[in-house]
Structures are given as C-alpha cells and as structure tokens.
Design a protein around this ligand. Structure first.
Ligand code: X2X
Length: 338
C-alpha cells in the first residue's frame, strides 16, 4: 500500500512538473501557430466574410494547429497603422489596397491608373498573370509576401453630399476624400478637385461633419460602410479599378514550414476567387439597393473625364514614374493607355 501510494504521489508530482511541455505536445487541437489577420472593411463586406472563411478552413484542415484570428473593420487601427504593424511583425496578415501599398512599393499602384480597364475580363487575367507577378516581385523586395490571388475592391464611383458630378468641370474645387496614396492625390488634382488624404477608418465621420464633401469607393464598400447615410449623389464614373493584396510579414512567412505555407496559400487563394464572385453579384444588385437607401445615381461620359486627365498630362507623368517595362505589361492586358 505504502509503496503504491508513494509511486502514485511521485507520478503526480512528475506530471505536474512536466505538465506544460506535455500539454503543448499532446493537447488535442492545440494551436502550433497563432496569427492575426486584419483589414479595413466592415463585417458584412465580402472581403471580411471570405477572409473569415479562409481562416476557418485553415483551422479545420490543420486540425486546429494553424489558428488565424481575424480583426476586421480597422479594429487594429487605420491602414497606415496596420501597414506599420505588418512590417514590424506585430501583425502577420493584412489586406491592403495596392494603391496604398504604393507608399512603400511604388509599382503597386499601377492597376489604379485612371480609366485603364474596360472591365473585369481585362483586370483578372492581368492581376493573375504578368502584371500581378511583376507587382508581387516588387512587394517581395520590401520583405512582404503577397499571395497569388488578389481580392476585389472594385471599380470606384464618386459620391457627394453637395453636388451632382456629371462632367469633369463639376469636380473643380470639390473637397474629396482620397486614400493615402500619391496616385489618388495626383489624379484628383488633375481634375482640379481639392483632394484630402484620410484613412478609411475616418471616412464616415469626415463626410458626416462635412470636412469632405465627397469620396470615391466601389458600391460594395459604399453600402457596407453605410456611406449612403452621409452622401446624396453617386456618379457612375468607374474611374479606377482597385484591389486588395493579402500580405504576410516576410520574416514570419519564411519561418513557416512548406506544408503549412501550402495549406494557407491554397485556402486564402480559393477564398479570394470566391470573394471576386461575391462582388460581381453585388454589382448587379447594389444600384437599386442604394437608390432605395436614398442615393441618387447618375451616369457620366467617361471619355470626357479621361480626356481631362490626358490634357493634364496625367498618363504621361505616371508612365514616366512606373517606367516603360511596367507600362508595357499594363498595356499588354488593358490595351493602349494615353
Ligand atoms: O480607403 C478606401 O477607400 C478603400 C476602403 O477603398 C481602400 O482600402 C482603398
């Protein structure tokens, strides 16, 4: 009896001493990798819904070993803040507009050149093909990993609380919020507007307080961020196409074993492609939904807007900045731009 008891006690003591290590190895479903993933978009936006889907599938397929926690809607700060966190490693995964990423990787805004794209049938072959590969190679040089499939933000439309925008002249002196990116500021200066740089986290309040008269975004964001509550008019300008790169901190990404890398890549790329389809579907229904919520839509002569940019030397200036090689890849997919 005594011996048994002593053995039992020893056993208990031993298991207490070693408990933490034993638990880490054997506890069923314990995560081996815990990461944060963030974005600037509302819960109901397809970007957030599909990023959550990817994280859930990764958790399931890895038997709980790869646990990616999602922080949408600027919970971790503005795009500018999150980009710093991503670079320092405080944040591991983050979706960012290529145009904003251009503050760090200048080539990354190239898809946002005004009126470059006639439609998605040109955009996706470019971003899934050589143009995307070119940009991703530049991103890698900044020690960030960009996943292969870009996520859709969309073709951007101008909204306003003060005036109807029908012709380029209507933009004269227009106080328009633009994201933090030289390309956006340059483009709206070329329209003789008064662009002001504001992160998306502050857009609703900037419009509500009339610090800005207007802004420009794709329909899905105008709807999910409820910008229709603080805007009256929407001009169907389709003036640029914008997408999100899902980025990983480069050092963290390199430290992950290949099989885990493959599992993460496969799932985020599949969810990105599904997200593109979600946005395509929404584009078909959102004009009537937003009209019902109080926005008045008007169409524009896109040629007139494009002509204004041309006359201001916008295309020539940006071709010079990106260089002939990058511009040629853009034109290979988009057609001639000048
Ligand atoms: O900041 C914006 O307007 C947004 C949400 O479209 C981007 O991320 C570029």
């Amino acid at each position: 009896m005594q011996t048994n008891r002593r053995v039992l006690l020893q056993g208990t003591a031993a298991s207490l001493v070693f408990a933490p290590a034993v638990m880490r190895v054997t506890r069923a479903g314990a995560a081996e990798y815990t990461f944060k993933m963030a974005n600037n978009s509302p819960e109901s936006h397809p970007l957030t819904i599909r990023m959550r889907e990817a994280a859930a599938n990764i958790l399931k397929e890895s038997d709980g070993k790869v646990d990616i926690q999602m922080f949408p809607n600027n919970q971790l700060g503005s795009d500018t803040d999150m980009l710093s966190q991503l670079r320092s490693g405080a944040l591991e995964f983050f979706t960012l507009s290529g145009l904003i990423l251009a503050t760090l990787v200048p080539a990354a805004s190239i898809n946002g050149i005004g009126f470059a794209w006639s439609g998605y049938d040109k955009v996706w072959p470019a971003m899934d093909g050589e143009l995307g590969a070119y940009v991703r190679a530049q991103i890698a040089k900044a020690n960030l990993h960009a996943f292969e499939k870009m996520w859709d933000n969309g073709f951007r439309q101008i909204t306003s609380s003060t005036r109807v925008i029908k012709a380029p002249e209507d933009l004269q002196g227009f106080k328009i919020r633009v994201p933090a990116s030289p390309l956006w500021t340059s483009m709206f200066k070329a329209f003789d507007a008064s662009p002001m740089t504001i992160n998306f986290a502050e857009v609703y309040s900037a419009l509500q307080t009339k610090v800005a008269e207007g802004q420009e975004n794709p329909l899905a964001l105008i709807d999910s961020a409820k910008l229709y509550e603080v805007q009256k008019y929407l001009a169907r300008t389709n003036h640029m196409w914008d997408g999100f790169w899902l980025l990983a901190n480069g050092k963290v990404w390199k430290s992950i074993p290949d099989d885990v890398k493959a599992l993460i890549s496969r799932n985020v790329n599949a969810s990105a492609v599904a997200e593109r389809e979600d946005i395509a579907k929404l584009n078909g229904s959102l004009e009537s939904a937003l009209t019902a919520k109080g926005l008045t839509f008007n169409s524009v002569d896109m040629g007139a807007f494009r002509g204004k940019l041309q006359a201001a030397g916008f295309f020539k200036e940006w071709k010079g900045k990106y260089g002939n090689e990058a511009w040629a890849i853009l034109e290979k997919y988009a057609g001639s731009i000048s």
